[in-house]
Design a binder for this molecule. Structure first.
Ligand code: ACO
Length: 158
């Protein structure tokens, strides 16, 4: 089954795929900056294909911190419902983890997740992410409005 799954980059030419997928996953309309950040992150944002059908995406933003250090912020990650629990989400997340470990200036990967999103919390915890904070009223138009911050430290492997 795993051989049928592959990842491709997000470019101007296929960014419409990411837009379409996001309408399925999230009750939020992402702005132009989100898509510009995703494309600017280069290899850190990916579309996932299952037998040549686009079924998932991960969109990251690179955030510069002090001293040339960077964080990777996962803006969105999703897999279409019929294709879940096949390891596609893990494949995308592992790609980002592996890529981060190959650079020596990335300190951590983090994201926000709605506090009631048990599937996503279980998913991230399985890959070693930890809840490091809770932010009340993070979201404006969804209930509950609260989110957790999940983070994983990156240790460079050269
Ligand atoms: N319940 C419990 N554990 C789960 C679940 C679930 N529904 N889904 C995944 N996991 C855990 C399991 O341990 C699983 O391993 P197993 O199948 O061997 O038991 C492991 O995570 C890996 O699962 P994958 O198959 O790699 O994950 P999948 O491809 O199904 O994608 C995802 C997981 C992305 C969370 C998917 O459920 C999804 O798209 N949900 C809707 C969108 C969403 O909520 N995205 C995250 C929001 S936060 C953000 O975007 C930054």
């Amino acid at each position: 089954m795993a051989e049928a799954i592959y990842l491709d980059g997000v470019r101007d030419k296929n960014v419409m795929q990411l837009k379409k997928l996001n309408t399925f996953f999230f009750p939020v309309r992402y702005n132009d900056k989100y898509y510009a950040d995703a494309i600017a992150s280069a290899d850190f944002s990916k579309l996932a294909y299952f037998s040549d059908v686009c079924v998932g995406s991960i969109a990251c933003r690179l955030e510069k911190k002090e001293g040339g250090v960077m964080s990777i912020y996962i803006m969105t990650l999703g897999v279409l419902a019929p294709y879940r629990r096949l390891g596609i989400g893990t494949k995308m997340l592992k790609h980002v983890l592996n890529l981060s470990e190959k650079q020596n200036n990335i300190s951590d990967i983090y994201l926000h997740v709605q506090t009631n999103n048990e599937d996503a919390i279980a998913f991230y915890k399985k890959s070693g992410f930890e809840i490091v904070d809770t932010i009340q009223n993070y979201y404006e138009n969804i209930s509950p409005p609260d989110c957790y911050v999940l983070r994983k430290e990156v240790h460079a492997k050269k």
